[in-house]
Design a protein around this ligand. Structure first.
Ligand code: COA
Length: 131
């Protein structure tokens, strides 16, 4: 299971996580979008979250299929999902960490760089566990 996921990450030079973590996380996505061409998964994006806060992760288009509008469509579909799930008169927050140099790709879809006037920097911590 998840072979397409490992392959797509590898195609853009991203390290994979362990098999156990990957299976668990794929099963816990709120919404997964894949682009399939000739029975091969050539693009993906996953939305995780709890209904108030959402995080977009794993947005990848295989290099041979980049620049054809696939990545943009995948992000649009995830935004549309959150829009559908957000009640009238309510709000949801969609967050992500852009790869260096990919900020414009997301700005075109309405994301704002942080920090800005109302938010400090995004922050993260990686837990690396040794034996
Ligand atoms: C980033 C990525 C998902 C874009 O997918 P794609 O299918 O090539 O993108 P699209 O063809 O849908 O382009 C959508 C728009 O973003 C723009 N865009 C695409 N890649 C961009 C980049 N690297 N920098 C700035 N803008 C970019 C396009 O010009 C296009 O603009 P338009 O809608 O005005 O024409 C893809 O290049 C990729 O998988 N890269 C490696 C993994 C990665 O960095 N993922 C993002 C994680 S944050």
């Amino acid at each position: 299971m998840g072979l397409w996921y490992y392959r797509l990450r590898e195609s853009v030079g991203w390290l994979n996580f362990s098999k156990v973590q990957t299976e668990k996380s794929l099963n816990h996505s709120l919404y997964t979008v894949t682009a399939v061409e000739d029975h091969q998964t050539v693009g993906m994006g996953r939305l995780i979250g709890d209904g108030l806060y959402y995080v977009i992760v794993d947005v990848v288009v295989h290099p041979a299929f980049q620049g054809m509008g696939i990545g943009g469509k995948i992000v649009d579909m995830m935004i549309a999902y959150v829009d559908r799930e957000t009640p009238c008169e309510a709000r949801s927050s969609v967050q992500l960490i852009a790869e260096k140099g990919k900020e414009t790709f997301y700005e075109k879809r309405g994301f704002k760089r942080i920090p800005h006037d109302f938010c400090g920097s995004g922050m993260r911590k990686v837990i690396l566990k040794k034996k």
